[in-house]
Design a protein around this ligand. Structure first.
Ligand code: CP
Ligand code: NVA
Length: 308
């Protein structure tokens, strides 16, 4: 595989191998630092939207392994505006060894990958967020270890780009997933179809409900994300009226498994989709999850650069 655009492009085995590598690279990093496997390699990072975690964790992943990263802001590149995506892809392919792109339209990251001669990593689009999905899986495996087969993952709120990647990785790893979302905020039907095809092979059970209480019953993981994603800002007021019943709070988590963990990709809108007491409480793994972006991405980069 040349690129990392969607977790569903990979097999269960390939995803498991990348997660095993992430575990190895994380151990190596904390023990004596990473080997300089990216020496002489530069990652070009194209951002059409803001970022904290994706930008910094990719940059640090390259530096820890002896490589370098170059941040390219929306105004600098003018992707598809100042210059066509195909031309940007072909020009950058002569300067850097690998590209990461965060776009609004998923078609734009696909187009970049089509024209780039170097690997392209999807750093979030309106369709999915596969790097987040890998860090989420790493975190779930760290928390549940060998007991992770047959876990019940519940996602509540807006069934967005983060939900898509979480469902794809869950289906590939044989975890059950329930999505509790209000009408009009369901998961992308194409992504559901892909997930259902994977689930048929792995035995994972996928469920879609409206009732938030039903969604979290028996959950080992409760996951939520912002009610308004980047690019949807003009819908904020409307969404603030729809989503409050889906808030992850102490009452909701008391309805899940006793050892439930609470996840959020961040940035969190505290006391909207997730209350402060839960975000900072004993069930929350949100910072471990954020830190795992670094380790999961090292594995993705190593795999694409042929250093795995
Ligand atoms: N979770 C995540 O992708 O965060 P950023 O938007 O800050 O990169
Ligand atoms: N769903 C959010 C995720 C941010 C990391 C967004 O797309 O804005």
């Amino acid at each position: 595989m040349k690129d990392f655009l969607a977790i569903s492009d990979y097999s269960s085995e390939e995803v498991q191998d990348m997660l095993d590598l992430a575990v190895k690279l994380k151990k190596q990093y904390f023990k004596k630092g990473n080997k300089k496997i990216f020496k002489g390699k530069v990652l070009g990072m194209i951002f059409q939207k803001p970022s904290l975690r994706t930008r910094v964790s990719f940059d640090m992943a390259m530096r820890h392994c002896g490589g370098d990263a170059l941040y390219l802001s929306p105004n600098e590149i003018g992707l598809g505006k100042r210059e066509s995506i195909a031309d940007v892809a072909r020009v950058l392919s002569g300067y850097v060894q690998i590209l990461m792109a965060r776009t609004f339209d998923h078609a734009h990251v696909l187009e970049l990958a089509q024209w780039a001669e170097v690997p392209v990593v999807n750093g979030l689009s309106d369709y999915n967020h596969p790097c987040q999905g890998m860090a989420d899986a790493l975190t779930i495996i760290e928390k549940f270890g060998a007991k992770s087969k047959g876990l019940n993952i519940s996602y509540v709120g807006d069934a967005n780009n983060v939900t898509v990647s979480l469902m794809h990785v869950s289906a590939l790893l044989g975890w059950n997933m329930t999505v509790g979302s209000p009408e009009g905020y369901d998961m992308n039907p194409k992504a559901v179809e892909i997930a259902e095809n994977i689930a048929k092979q792995t035995g994972s059970k996928l469920t879609f409900v409206r009732d938030v209480h039903e969604a979290v019953k028996g959950a080992h993981v409760i996951y939520t994300d912002t009610w308004t994603s980047m690019g949807q800002e003009e819908e904020t007021a409307k969404r603030e009226l729809v989503f409050p019943p889906y808030q992850v709070n102490a009452k909701l988590i008391s309805e899940a498994d006793d050892d439930v963990i609470v996840m959020h990709c961040l940035p969190a809108h505290r006391n909207h989709e997730l209350t402060d007491d839960v975000a900072d409480g004993e069930h929350s793994v949100i910072f471990q999850q954020a830190h795992n972006r670094l380790h999961a991405q090292k594995a993705i980069l190593a795999q694409l650069l042929g250093m795995a």
